[in-house]
Ligand binder design. Structure first.
Ligand SMILES: *Cc1c(COP(=O)(O)O)cnc(C)c1O
Length: 425
């Protein structure tokens, strides 16, 4: 069993340890929630101040040209492309994950309806993130389709029935951290004549993604989780070049027009991924997102996403082992895959009693994870811990398990102050 000093030794040998200095981590905080909101990069505050004071304050309207504001969606998109196996000019940063999902799912349905008009089914995972399901419900109604929800194990047999228009999956499940094999499932989908839409909210910046290698069709992802772009950061969208110009996406705003400043009355979509833009870029937020993405690109000389993945698996494997060895007397069970190949960058523990309060008590001790309620039947209440290899240390894993042991052994989570529900869990 690893002792605390073993963990300190692991940190000293960690080839990625310097990357932690790119972040401002508050004193006394053991942050294991980068899967919900990434940590503030050191560069962000000064960069945002520069955008506000110089580019906006001094440059005013001129900065659209002189500060490259209009090129931001593509510039930041090209940086994100390097993290997800996409090509140059194939990704734009814009809007929210929910809105980008609306665009790509609508485009996928249009292609499916043109190529295979009899297919009327969108398939997704029952425990997919709710916004994905809500957007799919809306589009299913508009396109005369049905949304079918299945479990992860049912995907292959469901595809094999040959009537699915679009398979919409989140690669890494937000609850369990279970990861789909994107290449294998995309191949199964294509063999069955089905298009794939992948949500990379919990995979971009967390695990190596190879969209081109997997021959995926559409993908979207989140800017404020592992990309460290800040609360409400712009999201991103990728479309395989074989599909990009087949149709418009439905949110045909002027920034996605071929020539926005012609002020034409008629919409003409831009060539390439530019047509997936809608309105004016969120310049200040985009500057913060770029700083976040740059923290991941800083790992490129150290081995990039492959090196981050190796450390992430070492962290999650250590956490699972520590929970097994040191928390065996407590009623916690592993709710994430045992097999590292199936695990994203988080570990969830099913907590049968008082999960919300246990997490509140942990947070009071400076260990920040989060709580996700179950459905009262098949899905358990979860304590979620995200392990972000850019800044999480092995000793943080050890200390988090100590704090969890203390919270459960003392029973302090039963105190009323830990049982008052806040609006955001
Ligand atoms: C976090 C997350 C989102 C977030 O969507 P927003 O539009 O940014 O609120 C969407 N989908 C999944 C799977 C997520 O994990």
């Amino acid at each position: 069993m690893n002792t605390r000093s073993d963990c300190i030794a692991l940190d000293a040998q960690d080839p990625l340890r310097e990357l932690r200095n790119l972040f401002t981590l508050p004193e006394g905080v053991n942050y294991l929630d980068g899967n919900s909101l990434g940590v503030l990069p050191r560069a962000t505050a000064a960069r945002v101040a520069q955008v506000v004071q110089q580019e906006w304050g001094e440059g005013l309207i001129r900065s659209w040209n002189t500060a490259g504001w209009m090129a931001q969606p593509q510039r930041v998109g090209n940086k994100i492309a390097r993290l997800i196996g996409a090509g140059e000019g194939e990704v734009v940063a814009a809007d929210s994950t929910s809105i980008n999902l609306y665009k790509v799912l609508a485009a996928a349905l249009r292609i499916a309806q043109a190529d295979a008009p009899n297919r009327k089914v969108i398939v997704s995972e029952r425990s997919n993130f709710p916004t994905d399901l809500y957007i799919a419900q809306s589009l299913a109604a508009q396109h005369g389709c049905t949304l079918e929800l299945i479990s992860a194990d049912e995907v292959a047999p469901r595809l094999a029935r040959g009537d699915v228009a679009v398979l919409m999956l989140t690669q890494v499940n937000y609850r369990s951290g279970r990861m789909f094999d994107m290449a294998a499932i995309t191949a199964q989908a294509h063999a069955a004549g089905t298009l794939t839409v992948w949500d990379l909210a919990h995979s971009a910046g967390a695990v190596p993604v190879d969209l081109r290698g997997a021959k995926a069709d559409f993908a979207i992802g989140c800017g404020y989780k592992y990309l460290n772009g800040g609360p409400g950061a712009p999201a991103f969208v990728w479309v395989h070049p074989r599909h990009t110009e087949r149709f418009w996406q439905p949110l045909s705003g002027w920034i996605g027009h071929a020539n926005p400043f012609s002020f034409d009355t008629a919409y003409q979509p831009a060539a390439g991924i530019g047509r997936y833009l809608c309105g004016t870029p969120a310049v200040i937020a985009m500057a913060a997102l770029e700083c976040g993405v740059d923290t991941l690109l800083a790992a490129e000389p150290l081995g990039g996403m492959a090196a981050l993945r190796a450390k992430s698996l070492a962290l999650t494997t250590l956490f699972i082992a520590q929970v097994r060895e040191r928390l065996a007397d407590h009623p916690l069970t592993l709710a994430s895959p045992e097999d590292p190949a199936l695990r994203g960058s988080q570990v969830s523990l099913a907590c049968p009693e008082g999960g919300y309060a246990v997490m509140q008590a942990l947070i009071a001790r400076g260990v920040i994870g989060d709580f996700r309620a179950g459905d009262g039947s098949t899905e358990p209440d979860l304590l979620r811990f995200g392990f972000t290899p850019l800044y999480t240390q092995f000793v943080d894993v050890y200390d988090a398990v100590t704090a969890l042991d203390d919270v459960l052994t003392s029973g302090e989570w039963r105190e009323a102050r830990f049982n008052q529900k806040a609006a955001v869990t």
